[in-house]
Ligand binder design. Structure first.
Ligand code: SLL
Length: 162
């Protein structure tokens, strides 16, 4: 196939974690969750304002801490839905997030790293106050732009026909 010369396509997305401490009133611990687990948390990759990104991103592999059962998880894209995992636990760790692109792109998978944050250390008083107002949510999100450099023609059509 032929590449579209001199063209770069940018697609924004967000990835990161949202964590909440268990609390009898605001975030009760579901039955079966181990005693030492202190938080529920989510790790995700999604479009800005939940816009669909599955036309360029096909699946995402999340590699969690080895202490977590079944710690390597593959999430297949579902149109308009975030790629995400909900878990519970007690500790912070680095998550490897491997992005697999649609086959038309002929792009190799790419890995991002993200630190799961459960605790508000290092936040300003203002940030902590807004966390309290949001049920103690600890948000750690990153904005990223995926660059497709000189995409193949069929993939260029896919990227630009949305
Ligand atoms: C630490 N570096 O040693 C960290 C590792 C691991 C967190 C934290 C287990 C959850 C489960 C969990 O939260 N592990 O058992 O499903 O502090």
């Amino acid at each position: 196939g032929k590449r579209v010369k001199g063209v770069q396509i940018f697609r924004p997305f967000v990835y990161g974690t949202t964590a909440r401490p268990f609390d009898e009133k605001t975030n009760p611990k579901p039955p079966g969750v181990p005693d030492d687990h202190t938080h529920s948390w989510t790790v995700f990759v999604k479009g800005i304002d939940d816009v669909d990104i599955t036309y360029w991103l096909r699946r995402v592999q999340f590699k969690l801490h080895e202490s977590i059962p079944n710690h390597v998880r593959m999430i297949e894209g579902e149109k308009g839905k975030p790629f995400q995992i909900h878990e519970t636990g007690w500790g912070e760790f680095e998550i490897a997030i491997k992005l697999y692109y649609v086959p038309e792109s002929a792009e190799k998978p790419q890995t991002l790293y993200h630190h799961l944050r459960l605790h508000p250390y290092g936040r300003t008083e203002e940030e902590k106050e807004s966390m309290r107002l949001n049920g103690g949510q600890v948000i750690s999100w990153a904005y990223e732009e995926q660059i497709f450099n000189e995409p193949y023609e069929p993939f260029y059509e896919i990227l630009t026909s949305g």
